[in-house]
Design a protein around this ligand. Structure first.
Ligand SMILES: O=C(O)CCC(=O)C(=O)O
Length: 286
């Protein structure tokens, strides 16, 4: 599990993302997959979502259709160990510097034969910070080919505008409008497929998303968001979120760093309005 080089860092600055094929070792992948499998098995007895397991449409005991384990670190010690002390924290440090704060995590399943599309969006309007340093590191827990809805990113879009992720009436949709998405046509779209253990890293301003998973295979993507400690979160993402915003490298900042570019604000998650990107996009946009 190599550390990032100066070339990697330059590519991240230029394109806003990195993809590291088969980066995570088998020992970690086996531990994470065993925990994931336990969640999938437990889902068979569920008919409604629980705080630690969001079910998708059409979920049954025989054919689990899962959307997400939110805030994985809060629900299993292996997930906690990985997100707060695992090798992906080294990658965050390589890009963010010595002082790193963990923000949140999730495991997006994208079940086979119907795992839903995630429309084009940027992450930062979901959870604004005082600057645009935060990034998200993803790990594919199985081989992911083009038919399995890998994540797609628009290279360089972190240098473009930040979208409000609202419709024309100003209602939160969690996605770019069709007109905003149309303006990206012809831009440099890259689909980040790769073997088990492939790591994706994207900056919080990069426009990204993924298609519906029409393959019969599940596409589990374990995602962790980290921020430089001088990027202060401006909102809560849920209320309360166990282990959110813990410092995982270095120490607290002596100063907060503010970017001059304004950030669009999401609804007030703290007031109980939080819903996952899956449900808000599916409900509001169909
Ligand atoms: O699971 C994916 O394909 C993309 C995830 C994503 O963009 C998100 O959860 O914000």
């Amino acid at each position: 599990m190599r550390r990032l080089t100066a070339d990697d860092r330059a590519q991240y600055e230029r394109d806003g993302y990195l993809c590291l094929p088969a980066w995570l070792d088998d020992a970690w992948l086996d531990r994470l997959t065993a925990v994931m499998d336990r969640f999938v098995e437990r889902s068979r007895s569920l008919v409604v979502s629980t705080p630690d397991l969001l079910l998708g449409p059409g979920h049954t005991a025989d054919r689990p259709m899962l959307r997400r384990i939110p805030q994985t670190v809060a629900f299993d010690p292996v997930f906690e160990d990985f997100g707060l002390r695992g090798p992906v924290v080294d990658l965050a440090e390589d890009l963010l510097g010595a002082d790193v704060r963990f923000h949140h995590s999730k495991l997006n399943f994208k079940s086979g034969g119907g795992g839903e599309e995630i429309r084009w969006h940027q992450d930062i309007p979901f959870w604004p910070h005082s600057n645009y340093g935060p990034l998200t590191i993803g790990v594919y827990l199985c081989d992911v080919d083009e038919a399995m809805a890998p994540m797609g990113v628009f290279a360089g879009s972190h240098r473009g505008p930040i979208h409000a992720l609202r419709d024309e009436a100003g209602a939160w949709t969690g996605a770019l409008s069709d007109a905003e998405a149309a303006r990206l046509e012809g831009s440099d779209l890259r689909w980040l497929a790769g073997p088990r253990g492939t790591v994706t890293i994207h900056n919080c301003r990069v426009v990204h998303g993924s298609r519906a998973n029409t393959s019969p295979r599940m596409r589990p993507l374990l995602l962790h968001t980290y921020a430089p400690c001088d990027a202060l979160p401006l909102t809560r993402i849920m209320d309360p979120v166990k282990l959110a915003n813990v410092i995982v490298r270095g120490g607290p900042p002596a100063y907060a760093r503010f970017d001059a570019e304004p950030c669009p604000m999401p609804p007030d998650w703290g007031a109980g309005e939080y819903s996952s990107i899956f449900s808000v996009q599916q409900e509001k946009l169909g």
